[in-house]
Design a protein around this ligand. Structure first.
Ligand code: PAF
Length: 281
């Protein structure tokens, strides 16, 4: 069932809560793939009632980004979500979420500065503001996000702690195509040649893991090997390659502890991200 209005959704949730049901929320922008479906399946296992929101959130896109052409197919999404155990799809129009321009926003500091925060100014403010609205509308027990957006997950965990939302944030592993490419709604933009070169992201993360397993501990050495590898693919243009402490997203010199290796790469007009989190002794 697709619900388009906040009021109707609230009534449904109220009824579920009165029956003592545990609510899971899976926020998405739609054009679902196996990565999203794994979030829905996890949510179904851990909750009694699962809501998937599908909303291409205009306030998290920059002026020259792909808001207009972001892939949308609600009928396809509806089938996939319901088959994976979702109970309700919340698919509001922009005017339902933003009847008036907002004069309020939610912003997490510091954690939003590196990585995608640097390349996409204002992006995380748009994400934290819409997720706060969804949290207030649904008031779920658990909310599910993918590790592919590792910085987003870290930012939302901090926001949830800082603002005392009584919600557990669950971060689920990256789901990959058979050849290793991380699943993304944006993969449909890739031409055949771009799709081939896009494998460089995953392969460069494997290369980095190998280097670290073999004892390399210098962040700059690993970063430059990743860069060189990606740049040896002619359609890839590196946006960033960074290795940070995953707990606070701060820079490190030596590879040690819980680290995040994160990449963003442009292939033509498509910007893809990928990452690996490692615990290094
Ligand atoms: O990860 C996404 O798809 C979006 O950033 C989210 C969390 C649904 C907010 O619009």
């Amino acid at each position: 069932m697709i619900v388009k209005e906040i009021k109707e959704l609230r009534n449904i949730i109220k009824k579920q809560k009165l029956e003592g049901k545990k609510i899971g929320l899976v926020p998405t922008m739609g054009y679902l793939h196996e990565g999203h479906l794994s979030l829905i399946k996890n949510a179904k296992e851990e909750n009694d009632f699962v809501i998937t929101s599908i909303f291409v959130n205009p306030i998290q896109f920059g002026p020259n980004e792909d808001l207009e052409k972001y892939p949308r197919d609600i009928e396809r999404d509806r089938k996939m979500a319901l088959e994976s155990g979702c109970d309700i799809i919340f698919n509001p129009e922009v005017a339902e979420m933003f009847p008036e321009p907002l004069k309020t926003s939610v912003q997490v500091e510091q954690l939003t500065e590196p990585l995608c925060g640097r390349s996409r100014p204002g992006h995380f403010k748009g994400v934290t503001t819409i997720v706060t609205k969804l949290f207030n509308i649904v008031a779920p027990d658990n909310a599910y996000f993918g590790q592919k957006d590792a910085q987003q997950a870290a930012v939302l965990i901090k926001m949830t702690e800082d603002l005392n939302f009584d919600i557990k944030i669950k971060v689920c592993p990256i789901v990959r195509e058979k050849d290793g490419l991380a699943m993304s709604s944006r993969n449909v933009y890739l031409s055949t040649q771009e799709r081939e070169d896009a494998l460089a992201l995953y392969k460069s993360l494997e290369l980095a893991e190998n280097l670290i397993e073999n004892g390399e501990r210098d962040v700059n050495v690993v970063i430059s090997k990743i860069r060189n590898f990606i740049e040896s693919h002619k359609l890839c243009e590196v946006d960033y390659v960074e290795i940070l402490n995953f707990n606070n997203l701060e820079e490190i010199k030596e590879i040690k502890g819980n680290i995040l290796i994160a990449l963003a790469v442009k292939l033509g007009k498509t910007r893809l991200i990928d990452n690996k989190i490692l615990e290094v002794n």
